[in-house]
Design a protein around this ligand. Structure first.
Ligand code: BES
Ligand code: MN
Ligand code: MN
Length: 464
């Protein structure tokens, strides 16, 4: 391929400016107050795809937020890459912990990003990473080296469960037909240690409600004589792990895929510093399931975590009260072969069963999805690997991630195609947290690497 670094250095200021403009729109899918902004972001994505050289760009309305579809079919006989990404972002809360406003992007140098990083909600997850694909397309079209067909499917509801995308995919199988799906919505180990994500965990997300007495009570007059829903809820939650931090829900581990000694030894070869990990998080020690390393605990093992817990009096000062209700939001990260619906049922049955007399328990499932593991002996993986080797000068390491993109397993089920996860973010980029950022170097490196994927994939596919 020719002139890729030249094209990027000539246009990089504009590439950055365009991304910054996109990041200024607060496309928070979880909060209805921002609905207009989410719709406006879809329009911006449509315009960007048109300008990048797509021949057809459509906005598909759904019951929720729109899906932006674009395509450039240069020859039906050539392979087709389907790019997926999302333009919605997480809420920026807690907003007071941001060093600059979440929707007023600024570029600042950091230790890991000496060339500067763009600080804004969505910078890495996923506007910045999605936009790399738009700019890579522009580059390939303008330098006349687009080697195959491209389809884009950019949604606005990933952060809230992709429910409408699932419907769209099921109804548009023909239109979305492809040879490989390409996604940049994950991370890599470090800027000098490229890696390709080969797995995602599944997810089951539930909300629980524990009800005791029919009203809030004076904790002196009634304390000790009735069940306190907060005491009970915390005790029930605590019992969900044993002293080795195994999860105690009966049947929870039944289908968990156990990795072989060899596979675990291979995993352990990935560079990792426990000391640096602990320092970065200001913790004196890691914590987790007995018998597994940190990298295993956050990728090949299932987990159960409380994401939020509330009830009773949390205002200024003290109020002596026994609340009528207590609540918690709980997520379970799942691994291959665990079925998320089955796990949700196991949780519900168990949680209801361990409720003591004197309270009632309600479990409400939210959303979930299956995990995903992609083999590395495929043309898609090889093409990605060669692309990284070309632009990073190093072979990338295959690594499973702990995060979830539930729609990926659905893609395989509905469209029959594998997904390649070429993520260019770092774990320290603070996605979903205050001060999310994306390295300028990573952004440009992504734009540089993606065209090579197209090139190698087309080459390998047409020679096989
Ligand atoms: N892009 C993330 C998932 C991710 C990040 C995977 C980094 C691997 C590495 C995605 O936007 C996300 O946040 N997913 C949610 C699940 C979704 C159903 C809300 C998650 O993982 O919590
Ligand atoms: Mn994402
Ligand atoms: Mn996310």
């Amino acid at each position: 391929m020719q002139n890729i670094p030249e094209y990027i250095s000539e246009h990089k200021d504009r590439f950055i400016k365009e991304l910054i403009d996109l990041l200024k729109i607060p496309s928070i899918s979880a909060d209805p107050a921002f609905s207009k902004d989410v719709f406006n972001t879809a329009d911006s994505v449509q315009k960007a795809l048109e300008e990048a050289g797509c021949d057809i760009v459509e906005i598909h309305q759904t019951e929720g937020y729109p899906i932006v579809y674009g395509e450039k079919i240069i020859d039906p006989k050539l392979p087709t890459v389907l790019v997926y990404g999302h333009y919605d972002v997480q809420p920026p809360d807690p907003i007071n912990l941001w060093n600059s406003p979440p929707f007023e992007p600024v570029i600042q140098k950091t230790e890991l990003h000496p060339d500067g990083a763009i600080f804004a909600r969505g910078a890495c997850d996923d506007k910045g990473q999605m936009y790399m694909h738009v700019k890579a397309m522009e580059l390939m079209v303008n330098t006349k080296q687009l080697p195959c067909n491209v389809k884009f499917m950019i949604e606005g509801e990933e952060e809230v469960g992709s429910n409408n995308l699932a419907v769209y995919v099921a109804e548009n199988k023909e239109k979305l037909a492809n040879d490989i799906i390409l996604i940049s919505d994950t991370g890599m180990i470090a800027n000098d240690v490229p890696s390709i994500t080969t797995g995602l965990r599944g997810l089951s997300y539930v909300e629980v409600e524990v009800t005791g007495p029919n009203r809030d009570l004076h904790s002196g007059l009634y304390g000790g004589a009735v069940a306190n829903p907060i005491n009970v809820l915390t005790k029930m939650i605590a019992s969900l792990h044993d002293e080795d931090n195994h999860i105690t829900i009966p049947g929870f581990y039944d289908n968990v895929e156990e990795l072989s000694k060899e596979e675990r030894a291979e995993m352990a070869k990935a560079p990792f510093s426990l000391d640096a990990y602990q320092k970065a998080l200001d913790i004196a020690s890691v914590y987790g399931e007995e018998g597994y390393t940190t990298n295993e605990r956050n990728s090949i093992r299932p987990t159960l975590d409380v994401n939020g817990i509330w009830g009773g009096y949390t205002g200024e000062g003290a109020k002596t009260v026994i609340a009528s209700k207590a609540y918690a939001k709980i997520s379970m990260r799942l691994v291959p072969n665990q079925d998320w619906k089955e796990i949700t049922t196991l949780f519900k049955t168990h949680f209801e069963a361990i409720a003591p007399a004197g309270v009632t328990v309600k479990v409400t499932p939210h959303h979930g999805g299956q995990g995903y593991v992609t083999p590395i002996n495929t043309i898609g993986y090889q093409a990605a690997s060669k692309a990284y080797e070309t632009t990073f000068g190093k072979k990338p390491i295959p690594q499973r991630s702990g995060g979830s993109i539930p729609i990926v397993s659905l893609f395989e089920q509905e469209l029959g195609s594998k997904t390649i996860l070429m993520g260019f973010g770092l774990d320290s980029d603070a996605i979903h947290s205050p001060n999310e950022h994306f390295g300028v170097w990573n952004y440009l490196k992504g734009i540089e690497t993606i065209p090579y994927f197209y090139h190698y994939f087309t080459e390998l596919k047409t020679n096989n």
